[in-house]
Design a binder for this molecule. Structure first.
Ligand code: FAD
Length: 247
């Protein structure tokens, strides 16, 4: 695999700076867990690490949100979510697995896919516990993306005969919803309704004492947890240097 040390490496990403003695360096921050990239995955990782007692910093090259904010905000969940039940939909992790194996065609290992299906409802509930809102307003017809009053729909091919003969179809596309009175730009991306609560919850719980800061390097967003004592200290400078060498 190509590395930043190869002469033919043309990326701006540079090799990490390695130091012989940690104590000889003036570090900017010390944390247990550094999350690099504060989109949907990063926000979830930061929250989970913080919930498990780690002192966390999340860093983003820009303002955070990434493609998550620009997405349709559709969370593919099945196996009997609260929202599916509200809509009168019957579903099980087994039927979800049978459908997804047809879509994944072996690209995802069965054991991974099965875990995804088995933990699907639990994962949606985790998102709800972080203030992401979903609802059981079921779209009655098949569409690539429903109008905003519908928040549950067939986001895949579940009801297509080729698939439904092997797996009982169920709508599993759960679209994140703005909170009542919440901020939504006209024509804005529903992914914002998914990401914003995660970001806000991160700021409140990962870093309860300070609002998000832009660091002294333009465009850096960071949050810092003050929840636990330092342990397993992660020296951050090598990571930041890896992604953004000083200019
Ligand atoms: C138009 C569109 C619609 C979509 N709709 C859906 C949908 O409805 N449902 C669905 O499940 N998926 C959807 N997807 C896919 C989904 O958006 C992505 O899979 C998901 O958002 C990825 O999340 P992430 O946290 O990994 O990445 P991102 O949300 O992109 O976050 C990555 C973050 O890392 C930061 N970053 C990048 N490089 C660095 C670096 N070197 N150092 C520091 N920070 C860095 C970026 O600035 C960014 O904020 C859609 C994608 C697109 C483009």
């Amino acid at each position: 695999m190509a590395s930043p040390l190869d002469p033919t490496w043309y990326s701006d990403v540079q090799a990490p700076i390695e130091v012989a003695d940690n104590d000889s360096v003036q570090w900017d921050e010390e944390v247990d867990v550094a999350v690099v990239g504060f989109g949907g995955a990063g926000a979830c990782a930061a929250l989970e690490a913080s919930d498990n007692g780690a002192r966390v910093m999340a860093i983003d090259r820009f303002r955070g949100g990434g493609s998550t904010t620009l997405s349709g905000g559709v969370n593919y969940t099945g196996g009997g979510s609260k929202q599916q039940k509200q809509a009168g939909v019957e579903d099980t992790p087994e039927e979800m697995f049978k459908y997804l194996t047809q879509e994944a065609k072996g690209v995802v290992e069965d054991s991974t896919l099965k875990k995804f299906c088995d933990e699907s409802v639990k994962n949606l509930e985790w998102l709800e516990s972080k203030n992401v809102i979903f609802s059981g307003n079921l779209c009655p017809h098949k569409t690539s993306y429903p109008i905003s009053k519908y928040r549950l729909y067939y986001s895949g091919n579940e009801s297509v005969a080729e698939y439904s003969q092997h797996a009982k179809p169920a709508p599993r596309g759960h679209i994140a919803k703005e909170k009542a009175g919440g901020f939504a730009l006209p024509g804005g991306f529903p992914g914002g309704a998914f990401y914003r609560p995660l970001k806000e919850t991160s700021i409140k719980t990962v870093n309860p004492l300070s609002s998000p800061k832009i660091s002294n390097r333009t465009g850096w967003f960071k949050t810092i947890s003050l929840t636990t004592a330092l342990k397993n200290t992660l020296r951050l400078m090598s990571i930041t240097a890896l992604f953004y060498p000083p200019t």
